[in-house]
Structure formats: structure tokens, C-alpha cells
Design a binder for this molecule. Structure first.
Ligand SMILES: Nc1nc2c(c(=O)[nH]1)N[C@H]1C(S)=C(S)[C@@H](COP(=O)(O)OP(=O)(O)OC[C@H]3O[C@@H](n4cnc5c(=O)[nH]c(N)nc54)[C@H](O)[C@@H]3O)O[C@H]1N2
Ligand SMILES: Nc1nc2c(c(=O)[nH]1)N[C@H]1C(S)=C(S)[C@@H](COP(=O)(O)OP(=O)(O)OC[C@H]3O[C@@H](n4cnc5c(=O)[nH]c(N)nc54)[C@H](O)[C@@H]3O)O[C@H]1N2
Ligand code: SF4
Ligand SMILES: [Mo]
Length: 793
């Protein structure tokens, strides 16, 4: 991992140029050049394996075309030569013996058995096309689901495949879409677009740009940027800024490197972030610490917000969040008094049931203090290539579009969202209601081990399908359990590509330098299959032509031109709400109906939701179900990112596994002693929904004895395929019911109530997914029953 010890990124020495509106680095060498015996290719690392960033890389290949090393590109302003261990060691991933190398099919009656038959690409494509087209004819295109995982490089191509096939059911099987979308919605609802911390990432000359100003303070909220590098935000920018004088306030139940280097660490009770933000607003408004001029001129609904936050007094918020009142007050003052103050937030904000009002409340803290669209504040990135939300929505016929699963229950989905609601879709697949799902296409998604809440219901739904296709780099528990056909995908070193979404909107190119087995890139696969579904929607002869078409629709560059110029940046300026650059109609103001930041959201109001932010106690939890505390006394958070693993990936890669050996549950010494546990004990972590196995790590990082944490997405690639690599025992999502927030967005991935007990030889497995034992009906009933049962005790 690029470490905290190394020199901060300094742009001196990298010169930049402007062409038309675009700014780019003036490279001395071409995009591919020779260095001794090795060929060096400049490019980007945007997946696979997974990552949200796509740092600038130099890929070194030998005379046989073999990748020998991957280095950070010092001329790339994004990462300035730095790389994480997962990129530095990417040759081990590329040439790993467990890579899927060719298409394989299996008889559907052998699902769960390691009985695969190698087939040719022609046969594989015929099989997909014939089966999907047959299902479409018999049951309608909506009965085929297209699912992806997190923001690896697939959204544009899988949406186009889904919609050009005619299905409206494109999905991320993540309960309540509880990653990124709630935060996007929280900002979009109030300020018309997504906003991010300004770390100078919009300028090719970075911190040297004369317009830029270093923030006085950054709030790091439910995110650990050094490890996660999430959503196009390179974590080490935070350290670059700390070296330039910026201070931190960290809101995280865990002690981290950042929290120990912060001015203030608020060790919050998981799931109560909305309450904390509303508490900040209460203090900032009641103590008159907000920016009057900005609020008067540029916001809408301030009085209503001021009234709403009166119920969230600092005393009450201290009780809810388990943060001492004086720390809450101190943080609110830092937030309001730092000029500028910025905020980098993460998935912990999305991973509570009422995530939309949480995001809205946090956004408001930075909006009413005048930190919007100022240097070093929070900024809305201009979009170079706007395909991240999907490509080609018009290809799906209106009649079928109306059948998108979840629309009837969650009207918000109609307001700019183009996905199916994942929990409703999971229920539909298990129950056949409102209609039966017959086939799935899963690309970059190991749903049974990582993404899906309630993996048993997810499993039942997949098993109910006639035909499941997966596209992946490696065999996974999901593929072993449920797939009938698997297609082998390329890593970023084996493919061409362009970066089309997520955060900092620079134009980047991914360059192919090697070939492994018969692997093909996701883009090539989708182009091949898409052409057969709907030739008019996929008119290109090859992927480079497809990329050029995407580029020239929105920029002046072809793929070959971008290859040379990569990375390119759009011009960027501040206070665009004054200059009319934030709105399509060129008028000053924000991109909202009132032209102001809507603290009282007309958008939410129109969607039938509460227009103001609020807090609801997570269920189950100490605030909502205190009666469960006797049996389930511990608050559990899950899935804090480790350095070397990206979700369920990397466990077969020895170097990465050496850095993270097992699925751990983390407890402090007091808690461990109370339950008679020591380091290395295997325990069951159990709640009212289910249980999973984890290895105890006694740590002082969770200082509150009531709070513990567990890793997510675990399986043992070295384990028995027919026991699904222990996935069903190790998956903490067995404890997560998948009940979304009122809007259909948000879900409690990071908060529940559990107990711990030792694994014994007599009781050491959940067994396989239990189709027969599964209750099957909505899990809400199970919660109600479980709570009723404890009440009756
Ligand atoms: N190495 C690696 N990088 C990744 C990923 C990966 O799996 N591995 N996954 C990628 C993906 S898809 C995402 S969404 C991002 C997510 O990246 P982050 O947003 O950083 O998410 P986490 O690491 O899950 O959690 C961040 C911090 O929130 C804290 N936390 C836990 N519960 C709460 C809570 O209730 N409130 C608050 N305020 N804090 C809490 C955790 O202790 C942790 O330190 O990372 C991306 N990057
Ligand atoms: N308990 C708990 N669960 C969580 C979370 C948590 O914090 N706690 N975090 C959640 C979040 S935020 C997210 S976004 C989801 C993520 O969930 P997913 O994104 O579905 O992650 P994975 O399960 O790792 O599945 C990704 C699969 O894609 C494959 N892959 C990687 N790169 C490529 C590629 O380029 N092409 C192809 N075809 N395949 C590729 C990998 O080998 C892997 O099998 O997990 C969620 N799950
Ligand atoms: S953030 Fe890390 S893993 Fe992701 S592209 Fe950059 S170096 Fe690679
Ligand atoms: Mo995510």
C-alpha cells in the first residue's frame, strides 16, 4: 500500500496543456514505449480486479507479451505515482491458477456440483442468446434480470445489454441500494447533483492551481478513504492535505490511523449518523453559527429545517449516539467556524435503514455553513462522460419499462432512478410475484457471498430460475451454487477501455497489454451478445469503435486520441451557482426547481416523502428493541474495508491473503473477557435472523464494550466447491434481513444486535443453503415474531 510515510504528492515537474476546453498532462513519451527489454504501456487500472478508482499505471511487459510488473504513473495527477498493494501485485491476480480461462456450462440439474464442461465462445454465445430469446418470447423480456456488483467498469455496458434486450430489470442486488445512491439522492434532492470533498482533483495541476485553497478542516464521516479509495476519491489526497495544514474530525465507531491524527474523534454508535447531523444542525442554528448571507440568498426552507431540528437537542443526541455532549458541541463549532470546511463521507451513511434523511441532514450541515462550491469546500464534479447511471435507456420499450420491479411500492424509483428495487426483486425471484423471473445475467457480482442481504432467499430465487449466466474472473460460491453457464472475463491489463463514471470526472484510457486463456473483456462480451439480441443497438465492429462512439458523443476525442492525451480534464471553476454553470438553462442558482438549495426538498415532497431530514432508530437496536438486549446485547457493525481485499475478491491471491487471513470478529478486551473469549477463538455471531462463523480478534480499536465489528464477504476459495467454499457459514449477511427504508433506499448493513458463542465440534456448520427449512415469507414477519417472543418471556 502506498503508505502514510511516503512524501506527499507534489505536482512540480508535471506540465499541463490546454486543448480547446480540455486540460491534460503534457507527456514526454508516447502512450507505449520501450525501456530496455521491457515495453511500457501507460493506462488506467479501472478493474477487474475491483476498485472504484482507476489510478494511473505503467504496465511493463516482456518480449513474450507477459505482464511482469505494474507501477504507479508519476505523471498522472490522480494518484501521482502511488499504488495500493492490489495494483502493485496485480500480476499475481492476472496469472493466478484459479482464473476462469474459457467458457463452461453445466447441466442445470447439477447446480452445486463441480461438474463443468468446457465449451467454445461460439457455443456459449449461442446458448445465452437462444435461451434468453426463448424466455423472452414465452414470458416477456422482464422475466430476465441483469445484475451487477459495485462500480467496477460495467454499468454502461450491462444497462445497454439489459435495455436493448428489452428488460427493465437492471439491478444491484444490494438491499436498499445501500451504497452511494442514498448519498447521491441526499445531495441531488437538495442541491441538484452530487457533491464531493474538494481535494483539487478537478485540476490537472492539482494543489498548485492558483484557484485552489486547502480546507481548514475535513469531516471524515463513515468512510475510511485510505483503504477504500471509494467512488473516485483517492484516499491519500487526505494525507496530502494534512501535510498542507488541513485538520480532521473523524466520525467512526472505530479507532483508525485518521482518528488518531484528528482534532476530534466521535466514536458514534453504528446507525445513528442522522441523529448526529441533526444535532449539529440544532447547535449551528440555535447558536447562530450559520452563514446568514448564503442561507438568505441561496437556500429554500431554512425556517422549516430550523423548526424540525429543535427536537434534536444536544442532550438527546448524546444519549442516542453514545458520543459525549461536549464533543458534539465542539464538533459543531469546528464545522461552522472552519473556513472552508469540507466533508468526505462513505457507505456507513447509506447502510442504515433511513439513509436518505441521514444523507440529507449531513448535506445540510455543509450547505447552511456556506461550504458549497467554494475552493476547498464541497464541489459538484463536471461530467466528462456521463454513462455511469446507464447507457441507452430509450432502448427499453415503454410498455416493459413500466413493469420494473419495485415501482409500484417505491415511487421514488420513478424520479431519475433506472434500477429495479433489489429487495422487491429478491422477493419476486423467491415467490414468483408479481411475476416470475426465469433467467439472470450476473456480471461482476458474487451475490450469495457479499452483496445480497438474506442470502438464503437470494439463493432460492436464483435456484427458481431456468437459466443463470455469470461473467467473472474466478469461480465463486454464487457460480458454483447456481450458474448454468460461466463466461471468463479479463482484468484491466487484458483489455481496452475508457473510464465512464464515478466521482472525479477525468477522461482515462485502459490499455490492453496481455492475454490470458480465452478471457474476453466485459465490453467485448456484451458487444458480442448485444449484437445478437438487438443488432441496431450495437452497431460497432469492435470495442475500440464502440468507445470512440461513446467518446465523440460527449467529447472531441476518439479512442485513439484519448489514448495519447490521457488523462484529460474539463475546465473547472468555483461559485458556479453565481455564474449559471450549474443549471441546464444557464441561469444562476442550483439545479433544483426553486434554483436554491432545498433544505425542504420539493423533490422528496413530490415523491410523497418527508421533505425534511429526520432520524429513526435502526431496527433491531438498543433504541428500538431494548427488549432484545438481554439475549442480543452487542451492537454489530460489518464490513469495514481491509487493505488487501476488495469485497469477496482476492482471497485466493497469496500476498493479499497474507495481509488478511480470515474472517474476523473484533471485540475489545473487556468484551472478550466478559464472554470468555480469546484471540483466535472461532465463534458464532448470531441474531434473530441467522448466524455466521468468525475468528475472534481482540483489539482496542473498538473502545466501547457494547460495539463489535465483523468482516464481510468471506469464503474459502481453498475449500470444498460442493460445500460452496464455506460461504454459507462465513457470510455475515445471514444476519441481515434486507428490509429497506421507507423510500426503498437504505438498509441496515452496518447495524444490528447480536450475541456470540463458541463454535463446538457438534455445532460447526449452517450446512448448505436450506431450501426446505427456509421460512420464505417476508422477513419482516420473522422480526415481528422474534420480538414478540422475547416480549412474552
Ligand atoms: N480495500 C477495499 N476497498 C474498497 C472496498 C473493499 O471491499 N475493499 N469496497 C468498495 C466499496 S463498494 C465501497 S462502498 C467503499 C466503502 O468504503 P468506506 O465508505 O470507507 O466503507 P467502510 O470501510 O465499510 O466503512 C468506513 C468506516 O465507517 C465505519 N463505520 C462502521 N459503521 C459505522 C456507522 O454506523 N457510522 C459511521 N459514521 N461510521 C461507521 C467503519 O468503522 C469504517 O472505518 O469502499 C470501496 N473500496
Ligand atoms: N455485510 C456487509 N456486506 C456488504 C457490505 C458491507 O459493508 N457489509 N458492503 C456492500 C457494498 S457497499 C457493496 S457495493 C457490495 C459489493 O458486492 P459485489 O460488487 O457484488 O462484490 P463481490 O461479491 O466481490 O463480487 C464481485 C465479483 O466480480 C468479479 N470481478 C471483479 N472484477 C471483474 C471484472 O472486471 N469483470 C467481471 N466480469 N468480474 C469481475 C469478482 O471476481 C467477484 O466474484 O457488497 C456489499 N456487501
Ligand atoms: S485505488 Fe488502489 S487498487 Fe484502486 S486503482 Fe488505485 S492503486 Fe489500484
Ligand atoms: Mo459499495
Amino acid at each position: 500500500m502506498a503508505d502514510h510515510g511516503i512524501e506527499g504528492y507534489n505536482n512540480s515537474g508535471v506540465s499541463t496543456q490546454l486543448v480547446g476546453d480540455y486540460q491534460f498532462v503534457d507527456h514526454e513519451k508516447p502512450w507505449r514505449y520501450q525501456e530496455g527489454d521491457l515495453t511500457v504501456t501507460r493506462g488506467s487500472a479501472w478493474s477487474g480486479p475491483g476498485c472504484h478508482d482507476g489510478c494511473g499505471v505503467l504496465l511493463y511487459t516482456d518480449k513474450d507479451g507477459k505482464l511482469v510488473k505494474c507501477e504507479g504513473d508519476p505523471e498522472n495527477p490522480y494518484n501521482g505515482g502511488r499504488l495500493c498493494v492490489r495494483c502493485l501485485d496485480v500480476p499475481e491476480v492476472v496469472y493466478h491458477k484459479d482464473r476462469l480461462l474459457y467458457p463452461m456450462k453445466r447441466d442445470p440439474k447439477d447446480r452445486g456440483k463441480d461438474k463443468w464442461e468446457r465449451i467454445s465462445w461460439e457455443e456459449a454465445v449461442d446458448l445465452v442468446v437462444d435461451t434468453f430469446m426463448d424466455i423472452k418470447e414465452k414470458y416477456g423480456a422482464e422475466s430476465v434480470v441483469f445484475g451487477q456488483g459495485t462500480g467496477r467498469d460495467i454499468a454502461a455496458y450491462i444497462t445497454r445489454l439489459c435495455w436493448s434486450f428489452g428488460s427493465p430489470n437492471y439491478v444491484l442486488f444490494l438491499s436498499g441500494c445501500a451504497c452511494y445512491l442514498p448519498r447521491v439522492a441526499g445531495f441531488a434532492a437538495t442541491a441538484g447533483s452530487f457533491w464531493v470533498a474538494d481535494c483539487s482533483q478537478e485540476f490537472a495541476d492539482r494543489y498548485d492551481n492558483p484557484q485552489y485553497q486547502v480546507p481548514e478542516t475535513m469531516f471524515v464521516w463513515g468512510n475510511y478513504p485510505l483503504r477504500a479509495n471509494s467512488d473516485g476519491f483517492y484516499g491519500h489526497w487526505v494525507i496530502d492535505l494534512m501535510k498542507r495544514g488541513m485538520e480532521l474530525v473523524v466520525i467512526d465507531p472505530k479507532v483508525t490511523w485518521m482518528s488518531t491524527h484528528s482534532k476530534l474523534h466521535l466514536a458514534i454508535r453504528p446507525g445513528t449518523d442522522a441523529a448526529l447531523a441533526l444535532g449539529f444542525l440544532n447547535i449551528i442554528i440555535n447558536e447562530d453559527l450559520y452563514d446568514h448571507d448564503f442561507v438568505d440568498r441561496w437556500t429554500y426552507g431554512f425556517d422549516e429545517l430550523a423548526e424540525r431540528v429543535q427536537e434534536y437537542t444536544p442532550e438527546r443526541i448524546a444519549e442516542i449516539t453514545w458520543i459525549p455532549e461536549e464533543k458534539i458541541r465542539a464538533a459543531a463549532h469546528i464545522l461552522a467556524e472552519s473556513k472552508p470546511c469540507t466533508m468526505q463521507w462513505g457507505v456507513a451513511v447509506d447502510m442504515t435503514k433511513e439513509a436518505l434523511p441521514a444523507s440529507q441532514a449531513i448535506a445540510a450541515c455543509f450547505q447552511i455553513t456556506g461550504n458549497v462550491d467554494v475552493p476547498g469546500g464541497i464541489i459538484a464534479p463536471p461530467e466528462i462522460l456521463n454513462y455511469a447511471g446507464g447507457w441507452g435507456r430509450e432502448l427499453c420499450p415503454e410498455e416493459t419499462w413500466k413493469k420494473r420491479i419495485g415501482l409500484d411500492k417505491y415511487p421514488l424509483l420513478n424520479f431519475g432512478f433506472q434500477i429495479a428495487q433489489p429487495d422487491e426483486l429478491r422477493h419476486a425471484m423467491a415467490t414468483g410475484k408479481p411475476y416470475k423471473i426465469h433467467a439472470t445475467w450476473l456480471q461482476q457480482n458474487n451475490v450469495l457471498s457479499c452483496m445480497g442481504a438474506d442470502p438464503t432467499e437470494q439463493y432460492i430465487g436464483l435456484m427458481n430460475c431456468d437459466f443463470n449466466v455469470s461473467v467473472d474472473l474466478f469461480m465463486t460460491p454464487t457460480i458454483m451454487a447456481t450458474s448454468d453457464l460461466v463466461l471468463p472475463a479479463s482484468t484491466f491489463t487484458e483489455r481496452d477501455g475508457i473510464r465512464v463514471g464515478d466521482g472525479c470526472q477525468r477522461g482515462e484510457v485502459i490499455n490492453k497489454v496481455c492475454q490470458v486463456g480465452e478471457c474476453k473483456s466485459d465490453m467485448e462480451i456484451n458487444l458480442m451478445v448485444g449484437k445478437r439480441f438487438n443488432p441496431e443497438a450495437w452497431p460497432w465492429d469492435n470495442v475500440d469503435d464502440m468507445f470512440s462512439a461513446m467518446l465523440t458523443a460527449q467529447t472531441p476525442f476518439t479512442f485513439e486520441e484519448l489514448r495519447e492525451k490521457h488523462p484529460v480534464y474539463l475546465p473547472f471553476s468555483y461559485r458556479r451557482y453565481e455564474t449559471g454553470l450549474l443549471r441546464g438553462d444557464g441561469q444562476p442558482g442550483f439545479n433544483t426547481p426553486t434554483g436554491r438549495i432545498e433544505l425542504w426538498s420539493t423533490f422528496y415532497n413530490n415523491a410523497g416523502m418527508d421533505p425534511l431530514p429526520y432520524f429513526e432508530e435502526p431496527i433491531p437496536g438498543p433504541g428500538s428493541t431494548p427488549e432484545l438486549l438481554d439475549e442480543y446485547p452487542l451492537v454489530l457493525t460489518t464490513g469495514a474495508r481491509p487493505w488487501s481485499l476488495f469485497h469477496s475478491e482476492h482471497r485466493q491471491v497469496q500476498r493479499m491473503r497474507d495481509l488478511k487471513k480470515e474472517c474476523n470478529v473484533y471485540l475489545n478486551a473487556e468484551t472478550a473477557e466478559k464472554y470468555g473469549l480469546v484471540d483466535g477463538d472461532w465463534v458464532w455471531v448470531e441474531n434473530i435472523y441467522g448466524r455466521c462463523k468468525s475468528k475472534v480478534e481482540v483489539t482496542n480499536l473498538y473502545q466501547d464494550p457494547r460495539v463489535i465489528a465483523c468482516d464481510h464477504a468471506w469464503w474459502h476459495p481453498e475449500g470444498d466447491p460442493e460445500k460452496l467454499y464455506d460461504s454459507h457459514d462465513l457470510n455475515v449477511n445471514n444476519l441481515l434481513p434486507g428490509i429497506p427504508g421507507k423510500s426503498g433506499f437504505g438498509s441496515n448493513y452496518k447495524t444490528t444486535l447480536v450475541k456470540l458463542y463458541k463454535v463446538t465440534p457438534e455445532d460447526d456448520t449452517n450446512g448448505p443453503f436450506q431450501r426446505d427449512n427456509y421460512v420464505g415469507q417476508a422477513l419482516t414477519d420473522r422480526v415481528a415474531e422474534a420480538i414478540a417472543a422475547t416480549k412474552n418471556k
